[in-house]
Design a protein around this ligand. Structure first.
Ligand SMILES: Nc1ncnc2c1ncn2[C@@H]1O[C@H](COP(=O)(O)OP(=O)(O)OP(=O)(O)O)[C@@H](O)[C@H]1O
Length: 313
């Protein structure tokens, strides 16, 4: 990783009518890092990325990409930049390979062997000769990344690459981003789920209605995060609550439970919660359920963005 900046956005603002979609945002992405722009729906992530790609112009502020600006370099800003906003588009009646061949033709050719390399990298070699119409959403997303990689970018921009994917697809996308980062590529991606980015991003900006709610590393976020929470159900919840008095580092409250039925919500550091659960078992109370409710980082994300927790999935 070098100290050069891949993206240096300073004081960027964009208003649509009365909506301030992006409000004085500054984002610095170092060359070689994976950077996440996080936020709930409508926070302004896509608007920011569209400005980066020059699809819309900021009302104020500047965006430099590898030291180039739209004002000074025009479309040359995008040299070495590739990616997609929202979902990548392909001809469904053509195969994956034919779609990529078409893009290669439009770009005036690529170096020999690159097409096979990118298919291999996104793990689509085996499916490349099947029609895109029959692809899963995750396969289309991966083909979209392959299409972007044909440009041999230095910066890859992915707008919600894991959106709409099932857990397996999210895992594949995470692994792909890790492979790309390991090859030295700078990746700027957006997401509205903390768990999609916490393993792969070096730095994140969390947005809330156009403004920055947090800038920093995942490690800094972890330090700010609250204790983890668990849902607990026992054969005798009242006695379990009474036992909690002997464990002041653990908070236990009754939970009407909604669909899950009545139970308890336990919050505390993992070691303290383990001690509390051990006391319950020693008191011959049966443990019926113990499940994590949300990770500490997810809880923090909800706090920072004021997002109702029931929207979590
Ligand atoms: N072209 C437009 N015209 C009017 N309002 C817009 C336009 N584009 C975005 N907005 C508004 O700007 C705000 C930010 O939208 P944006 O799409 O950037 O959010 P987002 O964080 O990408 O959300 P999502 O995760 O849903 O894509 C929203 O209130 C949206 O309705």
């Amino acid at each position: 990783m070098t100290d050069a900046l891949a993206v240096d956005a300073v004081g960027v603002t964009k208003t649509f009518g009365s909506v301030r979609a992006v409000d004085d945002i500054s984002i610095r992405v170092k060359a070689g890092e994976v950077y996440g722009v996080l936020g709930p729906n409508g926070a302004g992530k896509t608007t920011f990325l569209r400005m980066l790609f020059g699809l819309i112009r900021p009302d104020s502020g500047t965006i430099e990409v590898f030291g180039r600006t739209w004002a000074g370099d025009g479309v040359g800003v995008l040299d070495g930049v590739a990616g997609f906003i929202e979902s990548p588009k392909f001809y469904p009646y053509l195969t994956g390979r034919q779609n990529l061949d078409g893009l290669v033709l439009l770009d005036g050719g690529v170096r020999p062997g690159l097409l096979e390399e990118v298919l291999e990298l996104v793990e689509m070699t085996d499916r490349a000769d099947q029609k895109v119409g029959g692809y899963s959403y995750g396969m289309r997303q991966r083909l979209g990344v392959a299409a972007s990689l044909l440009r041999e970018p230095r910066l890859l921009v992915l707008d919600e690459p894991a959106n709409g994917l099932d857990p397996g697809g999210i895992r594949d996308m995470r692994a792909l981003v890790k492979r790309l980062a390991a090859s030295g590529l700078t990746v700027l991606l957006s997401s509205h789920h903390m768990d999609e980015v916490e393993e792969i991003c070096d730095n994140v900006t969390i947005m809330r209605t156009g403004t920055v709610a947090f800038h920093g590393t995942i490690a800094e976020l972890r330090r700010m995060a609250p204790d983890p929470g668990y849902r607990l159900s026992t054969s005798h919840d009242e006695r379990a609550i009474a036992i909690a008095r002997r464990h002041p580092a653990v908070t236990v409250v009754a939970d009407s439970g909604g669909e899950a039925g009545p139970g308890l919500v336990v919050t505390g550091a993992q070691r303290q919660v383990s001690g509390y659960v051990a006391s319950i078992i020693q008191a011959d109370i049966e443990l019926l359920e113990l499940t994590p409710t949300q990770t500490p980082l997810e809880a923090l994300f909800f706090m920072l963005t004021d997002r109702p927790q029931e929207e979590s999935r």
